[in-house]
Design a protein around this ligand. Structure first.
Ligand code: AKG
Ligand code: FE2
Length: 222
């Protein structure tokens, strides 16, 4: 598994090269330190504060896309791009850059972005194996569908024994794959950005013994 580390204050060309190369070659991309650590910490505090203020709600699942609707443990709060919070502004700017790069260099035609904080409580079961996009008929042009998934993890540190990895299944499967099918286990380390083609990967969140905080979004094509 290749994980790119962005040097502090890396020029945007470094991010572009990494993202474009990795997405076109593997259809996924992992970048550590995607935002300064104080921004990640501020986002984490904000997510926890919103939870404490009762602004998060139990996430639902879309029937056709999930194998076991009883197994999605996170609480979520949707986010608005015009939120004045500085950490959220930094987050939305980074996502705007990602969108621009994907469109300019990979012709992805990404038009809109929807995003939420997610908080999996301590001892949660995670999120059962699912895919973020309904499968389209090969001749259909996808429209208004989730095309690129973007997750940034917000826990400052994350010991491996805490569980909670994102298990990304690597091969194409027409049905949810068995747990031991070829996969990557990606630890939810603060500042780590994971991008993948929404239609391309079955994935799940493994059970975690500690609270797991992230911000997850989807770029949609029109
Ligand atoms: O948090 C993660 O690692 C993945 C979350 C996810 O798959 C989803 O919200 O659709
Ligand atoms: Fe997902």
């Amino acid at each position: 598994m290749q994980i790119f580390q962005l040097p502090m204050g890396a020029p945007i060309t470094t991010l572009t090269d990494t993202l474009v190369e990795s997405l076109s070659e593997h259809q996924y991309c992992l970048i550590d330190q995607c935002l300064p650590s104080d921004t990640i910490a501020a986002l984490c505090r904000l997510a926890l504060a919103r939870d404490q203020q009762g602004q998060m709600h139990q996430a639902g699942t879309s029937k056709a896309a999930i194998t076991n609707p009883n197994l999605r443990a996170d609480r979520i709060a949707w986010l608005e791009a015009d939120d004045p919070d500085p950490a959220l502004q930094a987050y939305f700017s980074l996502m705007a850059e990602v969108q621009q790069m994907a469109n300019r260099h990979l012709m992805m035609g990404l038009a809109t972005y929807e995003t939420h904080f997610a908080l999996y409580p301590a001892g949660s079961n995670g999120y059962a194996t699912h895919i973020d996009q309904f499968r389209q008929h090969a001749t259909q042009i996808p429209s208004g569908v989730r095309s690129l998934t973007a997750i940034i993890y917000l826990n400052e540190d994350w010991p491996e024994q805490a569980g909670g990895a994102l298990r990304l299944y690597l091969d194409e499967h027409h049905q949810p794959p068995e747990q031991d099918a070829r996969h990557l286990d990606i630890l939810p380390l603060g500042g780590r950005l994971v991008l993948f083609l929404s239609a391309g990967f079955w994935h799940q969140v493994l059970p975690a013994i500690q609270p797991r905080v992230s911000v997850t979004g989807w770029f949609k094509t029109r």
